[in-house]
Design a protein around this ligand. Structure first.
Ligand SMILES: Cc1cc2nc3c(=O)[nH]c(=O)nc-3n(C[C@H](O)[C@H](O)[C@H](O)COP(=O)(O)OP(=O)(O)OC[C@H]3O[C@@H](n4cnc5c(N)ncnc54)[C@H](O)[C@@H]3O)c2cc1C
Length: 106
């Protein structure tokens, strides 16, 4: 049985619909849930993408990830990169980035 306060809290819970379950949508959903909003996230894509490039998390994102408690998981999943190369259709390297330019999380 709900108390009067709990009933009032439920009645006043703001419902929020977030369109897009990528980094912005999911981060916003997390923080709104922390502040007791009733959040629904919808996503156009059928599921998580399994391919792609490493994600470079740096700057303020590190602080946010830390406050969300996911920084240890990010660190555990990290990859090391020795550089990056851009190739043409024939596989010939047409440009490259040195490791110095790739400031992945330490
Ligand atoms: C090749 C590449 C590499 C990158 N590397 C990095 C990196 O290393 N580090 C970094 O910080 N940033 C990187 N970025 C930038 C980063 O991807 C974007 O800044 C970030 O994805 C933006 O997040 P978002 O949640 O705002 O939008 P998005 O990631 O674009 O997500 C939008 C989501 O909304 C969904 N959506 C769209 N329309 C609808 C709809 N009508 N209904 C429901 N869902 C919908 C989409 O399917 C998608 O999941 C990279 C970008 C690219 C292209």
């Amino acid at each position: 049985m709900q108390t009067a306060n709990a009933q009032r809290d439920t009645a006043n819970t703001m419902k929020v619909l977030i369109s897009g379950a990528s980094i912005a949508g999911l981060t916003l959903a997390y923080w709104l849930r922390q502040h007791k909003f009733d959040v629904t996230v919808v996503e156009l894509g059928a599921g998580p993408r399994t391919g792609g490039a490493p994600i470079d998390v740096r700057g303020l994102a590190l602080d946010v990830a830390d406050r969300m408690g996911i920084l240890p998981g990010i660190r555990a999943a990290r990859e090391s990169m020795e550089g990056a190369a851009f190739v043409n259709a024939a596989g010939k390297i047409v440009g490259s980035l040195s490791p110095d330019l790739l400031a992945f999380i330490k």
